[in-house]
Structures are given as C-alpha cells and as structure tokens.
Design a protein around this ligand. Structure first.
Ligand SMILES: C[S@@+](CC[C@H](N)C(=O)[O-])C[C@H]1O[C@@H](n2cnc3c(N)ncnc32)[C@H](O)[C@@H]1O
Length: 302
C-alpha cells in the first residue's frame, strides 16, 4: 500500500456549553507511517457516556465512526487503484468499461491467437469463462459453433447479450451470471473452453481450472490467454502490488493446469505485433504484443 507522506495529527475538539463541566469530548486522528503503509487511529474520547449524552457529543461520535474513519479508508491511495482494477478488469462496470468491452481493442490480438489455435467447427460447444462484453463470443459464434458463457459482472453480461442478441434468440448461445469457481453448467458438457484476460483477477486459479476441467468432455481442449509478469510496470498493468492483477510465469501456469487434472499442457508465446498492427492497436502500444508479454496456456482433459 502507498502511504500518506507525513506522520501528522489532526484534532477536533468539541467545546462543551458554558454550563457544562468535565473533559471536553474530542476526536483525534493520528497517522503513523508503518512499513509500506500508514496506520491511522481515529479516536473519540472524553465527554460523558454516549447514551443520554447531549446531542453535540453524540454528533462527534457519529462523525468519528460514520464519516471520518470511512472517508479516510476510502481516500487511501491504494483504494483508488483497487477501485480502478475492479471497475476496469476484475468486475467491469460503468459506461467506459461497457464501451471498452464491446470491442476491446487490446484483447483482439489475443482473440486472434485463441481462435486460430482452437480452429472451431460447427459441432463444437464452446465455454467462455469471464466473457466480458462478448466480443470473443461474437467471433467464435461466426464459425457456426454453439457456446455458453459465464461472468460475474451483470453489466458485462448485459453488453454480451446485446452484442450477441441473434445467437441468443437462435439458441446458439447461453449466458449465465456466475463465478469461475462454481460454473453453472453440468459436467462433461463442452468440447472446448476459453479464458481471455481473466486469470489476473482470479484469487484461486486452480479452483477455476478444476471447474473448466469438470465441465469439459473427455478430450476437450482448454486455452487461457494472459499476460506474463513482464507486463508489470507497463501502462497496461501498472506496478505489481498486493490485491492487483496477478501475472504468472510459464511454470506456475503449467502447475495450475496439472493440479486441475489437465494433460497435454503447453505454453505458447506468439508474436502478435503484426496482428496488433492489423487491428489498429496504437503504434506506441504494439510492443506489448511481443512474445515476452503474452502467453497462451493450452491443455486437454484426458
Ligand atoms: C479483463 S475482463 C476480460 C473480458 C473478456 N474475456 C475479454 O477478453 O475482453 C475480465 C472478465 O472476467 C470476469 N471475471 C473476473 N473474475 C471472475 C470470476 N471469478 N467469475 C466470473 N467472471 C469473472 C470479469 O467480470 C470480466 O468481465
């Protein structure tokens, strides 16, 4: 967590009315830098017991617990980053995320690599975990396959439904609200499964992979597209920090897949810079599609 610069102390002292005696109630706010964070003590003291206390004393207690402490928590520097992560990636919401995930330009090169590798056919039944605004589904469904998808953002599901309204109406697509670690689908249903840009937001990737494994038919193939740890510190991901995006090296990804029960596991680092150029990713960001920044994990249910 980032820290506020100063160790400082602010005090609010509530002056009692002239006729009142005793120690005036006070609210003190003390900040102490500790390690990489800041400890803040908000203390309401003095005065009489709150029950039956004069209204102004009650107001000070209310101010301490209901206004000052939550406000300080909300404006902590790390909270801003958490908010942006949630709204932009972990559980996208708000108008800009709804617009972005309709056609997520920075994910299009990944979609290209996924679809090329999966080579979907009409008889495929595809599962997408964390479908966002349904842009990959739209491309997948164009191959004639059928699909089902899950996301835990209601706003993303609404965008995905609009984008794939025809496929939904024709019964070629099922969209479900749910979590990656408890998929709302029966076992052995799908011929293939995909996750694009979801791994960084999963607290427990192995549990999610186990669910994919459970819902795949024997022989079913799985592909996950994600960024490598080299992406930390770039404008796409920002600095590595607790609670932020989690990026894994090839060994960790392979281990997750093996623990979930998969076989035929391999990782690919395609050079997607030409695709990035073709889909008009801005020139300054194209280097992020070089082989060292992105990874495809391929696996099969044996
Ligand atoms: C960065 S977005 C990627 C969206 C889409 N796959 C794409 O590539 O454009 C991550 C998506 O995964 C979803 N997601 C993250 N964690 C999830 C979970 N535990 N269960 C279901 N969906 C999840 C988010 O709501 C979001 O829509």
């Amino acid at each position: 967590m980032e820290r506020w610069d100063p160790p400082y102390e602010a005090r609010v002292i509530w002056k009692p009315g002239a006729a009142r005696t005793g120690r005036p109630p006070r609210l003190s706010i003390r900040c102490r830098g500790e390690g990489s964070g800041t400890t803040i003590l908000v203390e309401h003291s003095g005065g009489t017991s709150l029950r039956g206390a004069p209204r102004e004393e009650q107001e000070l207690g209310w101010l301490a617990t209901e206004v000052v402490a939550p406000l300080l928590l909300a404006i902590a520097p790390a909270r801003l980053a958490e908010w942006a992560d949630d709204r932009g990636g972990r559980r996208p919401s708000g108008p800009s995320s709804r617009a972005l995930y309709k056609e997520p330009i920075y994910h299009l090169p990944g979609f290209h690599a996924i679809l090329e590798g999966l080579a979907l056919r009409k008889d495929d039944l595809l599962l997408e975990v964390g479908c966002g605004g349904g842009a990959l589904l739209k491309r997948a469904l164009a191959t004639g396959c059928t699909a089902a998808a899950v996301d835990h953002s209601a706003e993303m599901l609404a965008v995905a439904s609009q984008q794939n309204a025809r496929a939904l109406a024709a019964g070629h697509l099922q969209l479900r609200y749910g979590d990656a670690t408890a998929l709302p689908f029966p076992g052995e249903r799908f011929t293939c499964a995909v996750m694009s840009g979801v791994l960084p937001w999963l607290p427990d990737p192995v549990s999610a992979f186990r669910e994919v494994f459970r819902t795949l038919r024997p022989g079913g193939r799985f592909v996950a597209w994600t960024s490598t740890p080299k992406m930390y510190g770039t404008p796409a991901v920002g600095p590595k920090r607790r609670g932020g995006a989690r990026l894994y090296d090839d060994r960790a990804l392979t281990r997750f897949a093996r623990k979930a029960g998969f076989s035929d596991i391999r990782v690919d680092h395609p050079d997607l810079r030409p695709v990035a150029r073709a889909v008009r990713v801005p020139r300054s960001a194209r280097f992020l599609f070089g082989p060292e920044y992105g990874v495809l994990l391929w696996a099969r249910r044996g």
